[in-house]
Design a protein around this ligand. Structure first.
Ligand SMILES: NC(=O)c1ccc[n+]([C@@H]2O[C@H](COP(=O)([O-])OP(=O)(O)OC[C@H]3O[C@@H](n4cnc5c(N)ncnc54)[C@H](O)[C@@H]3O)[C@@H](O)[C@H]2O)c1
Ligand SMILES: [Fe+2]
Length: 398
């Protein structure tokens, strides 16, 4: 038996924030965001509506990028003090993940203290302001343990938002890097979901549409074409890629990127973008990893590349599939170049000494990450160690 968990009700398009008028009545509201949302006035898009609808609210503005356990603890203290009935997460993946983790640990805390009939789960609204994580439709959160330099993915259905509001207006204020990095996270979600062993007809459809939209819209957005249609399409692509990977799985790109992000403080989408071409080559058995021969996965990547409308020369035999998979890799490399994303960890500022000193520890963290465990090819420390060396050196996997 398989299932599609497509839970949150989605509002999208211009003025979709007006959906806040339909929040459950008579509840206390807590808005969670980062300090920039308050300083820039972006939060007023939410609060001005709440005031118009006569709602009282408090703001937690202590969200930090790649939320740490400390950030989540701070948010929890406010939640336990204010006892809100409604949570509104405003921001990128970091704000939504902070809210989810806060909700998760508060529920666990209360369940440990009292009977379940007294434990009340607040209504949860996610308002993404980047087109990236897809966290608005997943039951996952990623919390960083800053003492051990490890990102910990946690999954629980209770963390899935009840409503997600995708308002394209938010994308218009994003600086270039915050368009490119989350946008490449979307492409990574789509590709990893498509080749996942748990992919279904539903997730394939979402992964294909998301990938096609990224190729069509992301370079345009990056170049300042922030018309409503492009912004909306990119927002929808991010959410579709979220629905895709939530219902299939991610893979080794995320396993490595989580560890690189925690160790070297590389932004999530940036780390994914560096790793993605290498893992595709490794999983598909092309380029430097041609001797590995993985015919079934090669066909999956080739099919994805063809569905993206990439120019491929060969026919549908092994050589043609290899050509198509390589074209997918070249397309990602070209996007990375356009977005100023390097092709090696060395160019990303990671030192050789750091890689050498942390190699064993990093390999263990990568192998322990739940996303690595769902990679369509099983990997061990030798493969991961080799990939880390290749990623450091760069030069491209083809
Ligand atoms: N839970 C999941 O399913 C899931 C999936 C993928 C990634 N993630 C997590 O999401 C996080 C990355 O999220 P992200 O890429 O959205 O970045 P982010 O949430 O870390 O935000 C990055 C920066 O963008 C700024 N920003 C956000 N919206 C803006 C706007 N409209 N205008 C101007 N600035 C704006 C923020 O203030 C912040 O400084 C990582 O922690 C990653 O681990 C979670
Ligand atoms: Fe991601």
């Amino acid at each position: 038996m398989t299932q599609l968990d497509a839970c949150p009700k989605l509002y999208f398009g211009r003025h979709s924030l007006d959906a806040l008028a339909g929040l459950p009545e008579d509840g206390r509201i807590m808005v969670l965001c980062d300090p920039f949302m308050v300083e820039s006035g972006i939060v007023s898009k939410i609060t001005s509506r709440l005031e118009r609808y006569g709602r009282s609210y408090v703001i937690f503005s202590g969200v930090t990028p790649d939320p740490s356990i400390n950030t989540v603890t701070d948010a929890m203290q406010m939640l336990l003090r204010e006892k809100p009935d409604i949570l509104i997460a405003l921001g990128g993946g970091s704000a939504i993940d902070t809210t989810k983790a806060c909700l998760y640990f508060c529920l666990k805390y209360k369940q440990a203290l009292m009977e379940s009939r007294y434990v009340h789960r607040p209504y949860f609204v996610a308002v993404p302001t980047t087109a990236g994580s897809g966290s608005e439709v997943t039951s996952y959160t990623v919390v960083t343990d800053t003492e051990k330099d490890v990102k910990i993915p946690i999954s629980d259905r209770a963390m899935t938002p009840d409503v997600a509001i995708l308002d394209p207006e938010f994308l218009k204020t994003l600086p270039k890097d915050l368009i490119a990095f989350p946008g490449m996270d979307v492409f990574t979600h789509a590709i990893e979901s498509y080749v996942s062993k748990s992919a279904t007809a539903f997730t394939e459809l979402y992964a294909l549409h998301a990938g096609q939209t990224v190729l069509r819209c992301l370079p345009r957005l990056y170049n300042g074409e922030t018309d409503d249609a492009t912004c909306q399409d990119m927002m929808i692509a991010a959410t579709m890629a979220g629905l895709a990977f939530h219902n299939s799985s991610l893979g080794l790109v995320h396993g490595i990127a989580h560890t690189l992000g925690a160790e070297f403080h590389l932004p999530h989408g940036y780390a994914n973008s560096i790793v993605l071409p290498w893992v595709i080559a490794f999983n598909a058995g092309v380029g430097r990893y041609r001797s590995l021969k993985r015919p079934e996965l090669l066909i999956r990547y080739a099919t994805y590349a063809r569905s993206m409308g990439l120019r491929t020369t060969g026919s549908r035999n092994e050589a043609g599939d290899e050509d198509a998979a390589c074209e997918l890799i070249r397309t990602i490399q070209q996007l990375n170049k356009t977005f100023g994303i390097p092709d090696s960890l060395a160019q990303a500022g990671v030192s050789l000494e750091a890689i050498q000193a942390k190699r064993t520890e990093m390999s263990a963290k990568i192998l322990n990450d739940i996303t690595t465990k769902s990679n369509p090819v099983a990997v061990g420390s030798a493969e991961v160690g080799q990939l880390l060396t290749d990623l450091y050196t760069g030069g491209g996997p083809l």
